[in-house]
Ligand binder design. Sequence first.
Ligand code: NAD
Length: 438
Amino acid sequence: MRIVMIGSGYVGLVSGACFADFGHHVTCVDKSEAKITALEAGEVPIFEPGLDAIIQQNREAGRLDFSKNLAPSVGEADVVFIAVGTPSRRGDGHADLTYVYAAAREIAAAVKGFTVVVTKSTVPVGTGDEIERIFREEFPEKDIAVVSNPEFLREGAAITDFKRPDRIVIGTEDARAIEVMREVYRPLYLNEAPLYFCERRTSELIKYAANAFLAMKITFINEIADLSEKIGADVQKVAKGIGMDKRIGDKFLHAGPGYGGSCFPKDTLALVKTAQDFDSPVRLIETTVAINDNRKRAMGRKVIAACDGDVRGKKIAVLGLTFKPNTDDMRDAPSITIVQALLDGGATVHAYDPEGMEAAKDILGPITYGKDPYEIAVDADAIVIVTEWEEFRALDLKRLKTVMKDPVIVDLRNIYPASEVAKHGFGYFAIGRKPERR
Ligand SMILES: NC(=O)c1ccc[n+]([C@@H]2O[C@H](COP(=O)([O-])OP(=O)(O)OC[C@H]3O[C@@H](n4cnc5c(N)ncnc54)[C@H](O)[C@@H]3O)[C@@H](O)[C@H]2O)c1
């Protein structure tokens, strides 16, 4: 099969490379000249574990190439995926579909024979109908089917998620498109990944409903964490105790600083807006969004409280900036709000992140970056663990204590046993667990 992937970001590049790995011929297209130039030179512009090897192997095998111009490859394609960004629209929080519709128009102009056009971007209900309208009104002679196929991969584990998904949702009722999509995903079907066919609008809603549910689950345990802290319970044990119930499940029950990233914040907001437009408000999700927004700033206040209520003139060492480990993605990361709250409180912030510092430099205010946790801890009044990178899980606490001015750790990811940290003489403040004061 000949596949074209429009948009070579976190989703497009991973999906394109994995489809090539299944044996399809894939062209990944992107408007960004810098991205395509880098990819053609053998550099991978994002950090995603394992992606560079798959790209290299499939380029060498002649199954994967890159282009700034979609027209030649779209003319030859069986399937064209749209995997461009759908960020929050400035001002009202609806999904901004400018990039999707621009890509659809370009595709429409370039299509030759029967082609399946698939939205892999997360798009609100009705977007597929609108793309179909664009084709029908502007290019009535073209033969296409518009399909919804939302992506559920997680950054940091994207290759495994793409190759071993829990399910593949395909929204179309067009018999020819169903055949083509079966062929596209045949290698995964052999891996026993269920193909779930439904109507296009249903498929579009499944993606938002899934993300909203997961965001709600995280927010639920975050509120239980706050309650645990007040009443002397341990949220990790509560999470384990409820997670063993199969009706609840143990995933997405890790209390933390609030969800962030490129999907949950914008997708929950977009669902809220769509639901309001249809006069069917989703109040649970409205509340989830509000709680999560407040939580990030509250995490800044938590750090300040751990520093005896005042960070003016103090040095705070921040470990981890990306919204989760194993990615360089800084979009809507909780670190952005937390660092700002600390700067607003008069602190000096020094930060270290294994992969996110380049992206952070364009987003965060005036802070200093270090080369490892020990360097930024020198003379610090507190360490704050914001992202749970593996390399922060076994820090040399003895060494840290000797270099810090005041041995305080605020662990917003609960990655340390409190007793272990306290044994080394640290004040230790976690989420939803009793603080250990010096
Ligand atoms: N990042 C994730 O983990 C994830 C997971 C599931 C779904 N999604 C969804 O997938 C979509 C893409 O997300 P992403 O994180 O990959 O975004 P991204 O910003 O990393 O990549 C989008 C790419 O599209 C390119 N682009 C925009 N318009 C174009 C056009 N007309 N022609 C060619 N290229 C164009 C941009 O230059 C950019 O490189 C979004 O709708 C997102 O919600 C993302």
